[in-house]
Design a protein around this ligand. Structure first.
Ligand SMILES: Cc1ncc(COP(=O)(O)O)c(C=O)c1O
Length: 473
């Protein structure tokens, strides 16, 4: 039995979904006719010819959700509501701007601060004082850190951290666990083995265009695999500049694991960099390492830090950051004022609203909904046991990808952008989750019936979703 409450009304009773009195303001656009080519779709067809790869970020390719059906463009985004170019309204129950908008889209407080900065000029020959305030704020939240450098994007900030680590240690090799961006230093890992980065979030990352001479400069290990990490140390220990990894992604590490990595790295003269780009600010206020009680030498933030405005930060001890004094790390737009202004307003609001507690609650409701409704319809739904702030499920079935694609297209008809993961935001309410659960009940029933009758493929309205990086045209 699941007992989830929205404004006092139970959403589920004994696994059954019941109707709720509560509604979020805009009406759902149920059963939208999708048989014509919309403005949104037409623009994407054009874009695929004009822009190689169609979009600037793999995760925003409609093909990653539902080819030919997923709306590629938005006209307006507020809170967790989105309107596409054809005026269709959706609640965003996905990663909400790929994890960049933890307060929700167009948060009024962040927008006010940013607008004020823009009106007073956000670029100048002189520097923006907000970056110093932000550096102080980040060091206050992370008392082990003494210095800060800024960039604007996540992968870029990781590249800055790795450059600093290499400069400080005067060494080249980096041990990598997880995904850290598109840059040469990272994709160099795929020059060695066929797909060494497989399992580090995205399969099939091509190292084409990455100088072959970088082979052997980036070596991967799997989270929790001490033997794999020891093998890197044994072979490359005296050449190792840094270890870069997320402190955690979906669940806590086994006790002592992060201390072990840090201590072994230090014993070999290497620095430990924590990538907090996705998990940071969601699990606790600041980096997740604060909650896990392990201080690295450097930590990297981006995404949620600016709540939709580009800002990336590398924080570190004075000793670890020393290389930044000698290495040339410099860029014009790293000096503009919107990014740090947005970050200051975001940090303040994240704290004031106790956003980590809110997103944990919403994520838990989502996990409970998937579990209960999946069970009700006897669908092979496996809900990730991990942190609710990055809640996810999977179809545990050989036709998982077809089921996932069909799920997405059916949920669109009910007015929800939905995949198999949600990064909840402050804008998600229990009432919205309740509406989602009602749609889920209908859609899971359809999937279960199709599965029983062996006609899952008939549910597809286009090709199945892509499962990794591949060429589009
Ligand atoms: C852990 C982690 N590091 C780095 C990045 C790259 O950030 P960006 O896409 O802003 O370059 C991401 C993006 O998904 C990420 O999740």
């Amino acid at each position: 039995m699941v007992s989830v409450c929205a404004g006092g009304s139970p959403i589920f009773c004994s696994g059954a979904v019941v109707s709720l009195g509560l509604r979020a303001t805009p009406a759902l656009n149920l059963e939208i006719a999708m048989d014509h080519i919309s403005q949104t779709e037409a623009l994407y067809q054009h874009a695929k010819r004009r822009i190689p790869g169609g979009t600037q970020l793999l995760s925003k390719r409609p093909e990653m959700f539902a080819p030919d059906v997923w709306p590629a463009y938005y006209r307006e985004a507020r809170g967790c509501e989105v309107w596409d170019l054809d005026g269709r309204h959706y609640f965003d129950m996905t990663h909400n701007g790929v994890g960049s908008c933890l307060l929700g889209y167009a948060d009024p407080d962040v927008t006010r601060a940013v607008t004020d900065r823009i009106q007073r000029g956000s670029m100048c020959t002189l520097n923006s004082p907000e970056e110093v305030k932000l550096a102080d704020a980040l060091c206050e939240i992370h008392p082990w850190a003494e210095q800060v450098r800024f960039a604007r994007c996540g992968g870029e900030a990781c590249a800055v951290a790795v450059r600093i680590a290499r400069a400080t240690t005067d060494r080249s090799v980096v041990a990598i666990c997880g995904y850290h961006g598109w840059q040469d230093w990272y994709l160099a890992a795929n020059l060695g083995a066929e797909d060494a980065l497989r399992g580090h979030l995205l399969p099939g990352l091509a190292p084409l265009g990455v100088p072959r001479e970088l082979r052997g400069t980036a070596l991967t290990f799997t989270y929790g695999d001490r033997a794999g990490f020891e093998a890197i140390l044994a072979e490359q220990g005296d050449r190792l500049a840094a270890v870069i990894m997320e402190p955690c992604r979906y669940r806590d590490p086994e006790p002592g694991y992060l201390d072990y990595i840090r201590d072994r790295a230090h014993q070999h003269g290497a620095l430990l960099i924590f990538d907090e780009i996705t998990i940071g600010w969601r699990l606790c206020h600041g980096g997740s390492h604060l909650r896990l009680g392990v201080a690295p030498d450097m930590a990297v933030f981006a995404k949620a830090l600016g709540n939709g405005h580009p800002i990336g930060a590398v924080i570190g001890t004075k000793q670890a950051m020393d290389g930044a004094q000698n290495s040339f790390i410099s860029s014009t737009y790293w000096t503009e004022g919107v990014g740090p202004t947005a970050a200051l307003a975001t940090i303040q609001k994240l704290k004031k609203e106790n956003v980590t507690a809110h997103v944990a609650r919403i994520g838990t409701l989502m996990q409970e909904a998937w579990r209960a409704v999946g069970k009700k319809h006897r669908l092979p739904v496996k809900v990730g046991e991990g942190y609710p702030c990055l809640a996810h499920f999977a179809f545990d079935h050989e036709q998982a990808n077809a089921l996932k694609t069909a799920f997405t297209t059916r949920m669109l008809r009910h007015g929800f952008l939905a995949g198999t993961a949600i990064y909840p935001t402050l804008a998600h309410t229990e009432s919205i989750v309740a509406q989602y659960a009602e749609a889920l009940d209908t859609v899971f029933a359809e999937l279960a019936s199709a599965l029983d009758q062996g006609r899952v493929a008939d549910l597809l309205e286009g090709p199945p979703a892509h499962q990794g990086f591949k060429r589009l045209l």
